[in-house]
Design a protein around this ligand. Structure first.
Ligand SMILES: Cc1ncc(COP(=O)(O)O)c(C=O)c1O
Length: 477
């Protein structure tokens, strides 16, 4: 098999096979193991030597389907590791169409449909999160690039305060950028700062305890010590270990008082604003200068998807502007290639438009509230179990706990929980990773998948206790 043109007619068969396989995959996903026992073996069987002669589309698709045990069921209801959402029916189907239509969402000229979906999706997301309609926005590949986008606008603003157009002249003539945060700052934000030439180490973390909670007074002193020079504050709406929040309103006060830019990383925590039950946690986000979140987490659209909102959207044109005689000029419609890091870009707005069109504000509120209830249910189950210890309050959708049987010595608990974590992932019935919280090894299941129900979160407790009992007996010997 050579040039794809010789099998032009095969595309429909290839799609049908893909649809059949996807249908099978999804028919089983609610009860399936997250990790199939044959995952590693299947992954190892993929053709890995570059073929001189191709197999043709059907054989290539068949090979992938035959090895689909290697795919984690991470879009299913029992994946609680990291913060990974699934894909709603509307988002998934729209994403298939996005590939079939293969639009370049750089500009309206290259895709009226993709560009309009993105424009509308951004407006709707602002409504969902209670952000001012006047703000600009852009879709990105995820929260890391959304952080990059918001912080690029912040960097431009900060350098302008020093009289420099940083996107034309670079950082060379400028002092180090003062970037202040709490201990909750996510490595994605520091990665973005590294990519922006600001540097990871420039971040000063003001925390008042071993969890990382903001020391507001120390941050204020540091801002005052700048003597009027501008700074960037990174606020964290939803940290990954326990789902806690920085006091965003208080950070907004500091930003106003000391001439600072407030950037808020709300990768998943911004969804607290989708329901009045938790909106208070993220109060003040509407006063920030830039705010970001992920689409592929709590919005439940397929990878990859994120979004950045910036109060003064004109700032994005500095780092991300791109122009050439053959390219369109921004006009009636925003040219998204000039507002974010990618130039040619996937039309991610189509899946976001479809899921928001399908479920609306009420649907998303109901889903977030269901997850809040599930988190409380899981917390109760943890509290009731004599061999589990909850380590933190549950303000949102994450339950932080560890296995702690009575007969295992305190100094052996970390090793036991680490082994338990590894065995849990290998077992594959539920997927929950470990972290370190207050200096100890802990589990931190995060609930963001639209499919998850009570029996799924109860399985976490059952499996942790079952494997823990097996390992604990050995540890106690
Ligand atoms: C608070 C926070 N910020 C940023 C990120 C990075 O997101 P992404 O992997 O989509 O770039 C995450 C991912 O878990 C997160 O929880």
């Amino acid at each position: 098999m050579g040039d794809p043109i010789v099998e032009r007619s095969v595309v429909l068969d290839a799609l049908r096979r893909a649809a059949d396989a996807a249908t099978q995959f999804l028919a089983e996903i609610d009860s399936d193991r997250v990790r199939h026992p044959g995952a590693d073996a299947a992954a190892a069987r993929l053709t890995a030597s570059f073929p001189e002669e191709g197999s043709g589309a059907l054989a290539a698709i068949d090979e992938l389907v035959a090895l689909s045990d290697a795919a984690l069921r991470s879009s299913g209801p029992r994946f609680f590791h990291w913060v990974i959402g699934g894909d709603t029916p509307a988002a998934l189907a729209a994403d298939w169409l996005t590939s079939a239509w293969d639009q370049n969402a750089a500009a309206y000229d290259s895709t009226p449909l993709g560009a309009r979906c993105e424009e509308i999706a951004l407006e709707w997301l602002k409504e969902l999160f209670g952000l001012p309609a006047s703000w600009g926005g852009v879709l990105t590949s995820g929260a890391t690039m959304a952080n990059f986008t918001g912080l690029a606008a912040a960097r431009r603003w900060w350098a302008k305060r020093h009289g420099i157009d940083v996107d034309e002249r670079g950082l060379a003539s400028l002092p180090a950028v003062p970037v202040y945060s709490s201990g909750y700052i996510h490595p994605s934000a520091t990665k973005a700062l590294a990519m922006l030439g600001v540097g990871r180490e420039t971040v000063r973390r003001f925390s008042r305890d071993d969890v990382g909670r903001l020391d507001q007074r120390a941050m204020e002193t540091a801002l005052r010590d700048l003597g009027g020079a501008p700074a960037i504050i990174v606020g964290n709406a939803g940290e990954v270990n326990a789902g806690d929040f920085d006091p965003i309103d208080a950070l907004a006060d500091l930003a106003e008082r000391y001439d600072a830019w407030l950037h808020v990383d709300g990768a998943f925590g911004l969804f607290a604003r989708a329901t009045p039950r938790t909106a208070q946690l993220a109060k003040g986000v509407e006063r920030a200068h830039s705010v970001i979140a992920d689409g592929h987490k709590w919005l439940n659209v397929p990878y990859d998807s994120g979004f950045a909102f910036v109060r003064d959207a004109a700032l994005l044109g500095g780092p991300f502007g791109i122009g050439a005689a053959y390219l369109p000029k921004p006009g009636e419609h925003p040219m998204f290639a000039t507002l974010g890091p990618e130039s040619s870009r996937r039309a991610r707005g189509i899946a976001i438009w479809a899921t928001l069109r399908a479920y609306g504000r009420k649907g998303y509120r109901a889903m977030v509230e269901r997850h809040l209830d599930l988190a409380q249910h899981l917390a109760r189950k943890v509290d009731e179990a004599p061999d589990l210890e909850r380590l933190a309050d549950v303000p949102l959708n994450i339950v932080c706990f560890r296995y702690r049987p009575k007969d295992v010595k305190a100094e052996e608990l970390d090793a036991l929980n680490l082994r338990l974590g590894a065995e849990l992932l290998a077992d594959g019935r539920v997927y929950v990773g470990t972290t370190r919280y207050r200096g100890v090894v802990a589990f931190r299941p995060a609930i963001v998948n639209w499919r998850t129900t009570e029996s799924d979160v109860e399985l976490i407790v059952d499996v942790v206790r079952e494997i823990g009992a097996r390992l604990g007996v050995m540890a106690a010997r």
